[in-house]
Write a protein that binds this ligand. Sequence first.
Ligand SMILES: NC(=O)c1ccc[n+]([C@@H]2O[C@H](COP(=O)([O-])OP(=O)(O)OC[C@H]3O[C@@H](n4cnc5c(N)ncnc54)[C@H](OP(=O)(O)O)[C@@H]3O)[C@@H](O)[C@H]2O)c1
Length: 479
Amino acid sequence: MSTTAQIGVTGLAVMGRNLARNFARNGYTVALHNRTASRTHDLVAEFGEEGIFVPTEAAKDFVAALERPRRLVIMVKAGEPTDAVIQEFAPLLEPGDMIIDGGNAHFADTRRRERELREQGIHFVGTGISGGEEGALHGPSIMPGGSAESYESLGPMLEKISAKAKDGAPCVTHVGPDGAGHFVKMVHNGIEYADMQLIGEAYQLLRDVAGYSPGQIAEIFRTWNTGRLDSYLIEITAQVLSHVDAASGEPFVDVVVDQAEQKGTGRWTVQIALDLGVPVSGIAEAVFARSLSGHAALRAASRDLAGPKAAPLSESEAAAFADRVEQALYASKIVSYTQGFHEIAAGSEEYGWDIDLGAIAAIWRDGCIIRAAFLDRIRAAYDTRPDLPSLLSDETFAREIAAAQDDWREVLVAATRQGVPAPGFAAALAYYDALRAERLPAALTQAQRDFFGAHTYRRVDREGTFHTLWGGDRSEVEA
Ligand SMILES: NC(=O)c1ccc[n+]([C@@H]2O[C@H](COP(=O)([O-])OP(=O)(O)OC[C@H]3O[C@@H](n4cnc5c(N)ncnc54)[C@H](OP(=O)(O)O)[C@@H]3O)[C@@H](O)[C@H]2O)c1
């Protein structure tokens, strides 16, 4: 076997196969491997013309086909399969070689794997990849972690196969050491959950409050996609809503069961945010909304609960309402990204990753599921002020929210009055109002805690920690 391949991919299901083709189409010689050898041979049979592939069956042949230092990409089912594949290949590798895990791994697993492999001198590069199977083939957004040294060797290759933003910049950057890449991919997916939930709420309000049909709502989304909401998710929403089911002749959205899945990265984003103490309420509401939708029996048992049944709005009222929903959606979206970037900043601080938030916004501008014109502006906000405490502190976003807030509130009033759930819009507005509040009821919470558990409190007017003798004469003592 000649040692010619610049990169190898093991795990040739939809993602691995398309990633391998992407490398080959960009001129790299790609070694191929899969547990079940037929996938390897199928790829070569179907797409062998696209570039130079080196198909292998045995692990040792796969490793032998790679030039040194070896670059070995794992694209298998995340979790135990990733560990199984590492155990199979690591003993065959040498110091300086790189294992790139492109699966959706939990960043804590990535940190563990990186630590273990570092002892053998192997670079483990946990890499977030977003864009689904189309992205893997034509250019995904890529979020590699791992050592800076590994990025020197890998970076140029990843830049070549990645999506390119409108200004030509590749949608890849060295996110930070060990698990930083998978952490950022996790938050990307959390934001994706929130984006989808907010779009879903906008759709339902336009349908149930304004009285529009799915086809009419598709047109509204199409218009929105020419403005500041311009994004992949808005674009596909218009396409989905205008699709008519061939079998029934009904709008496609009406024949799909309304129970969504919530697993993996969206849930992890919320779990980790709880550990880090970061309020990602918009993402959490999105995860909970999916989980509520899946409780079919509970929903069936609750269907007769009392609630308003409102008449649809008049044509002119509906058009005005649609404009308001656009404002509410945009403002809520700013809040979701504010929360997501806060979580990245907190993770970066906790694990010492030194993540450049502007660079993250830049690599999400194309290739990934949340790609949007809006991300250019987030990047600009962090470029102008890298120490921005929150996106809401950026003058432009603050001004836009100020302009949107009346409509945002009105939309929530209408939703509440007419009994249409809008937990994402509501959570976003509550977050915004909580941040701007002069005083929060946390003062009362602290007083209660001191009452029942002597948990103590601090005062606004002098330094120190205090406890009130609630069971006695209610005098205050220094704790
Ligand atoms: N699908 C997406 O849109 C998307 C987007 C971003 C990231 N990802 C991530 O990319 C990775 C690959 O995704 P996918 O959808 O292409 O494939 P997948 O369905 O998650 O996994 C199938 C692949 O894993 C291999 N595999 C499973 N268990 C194994 C084991 N114990 N040992 C060795 N190989 C094993 C399979 O080999 P056999 O052929 O032998 O069964 C097959 O190649 C996953 O981690 C996924 O989360 C997916």
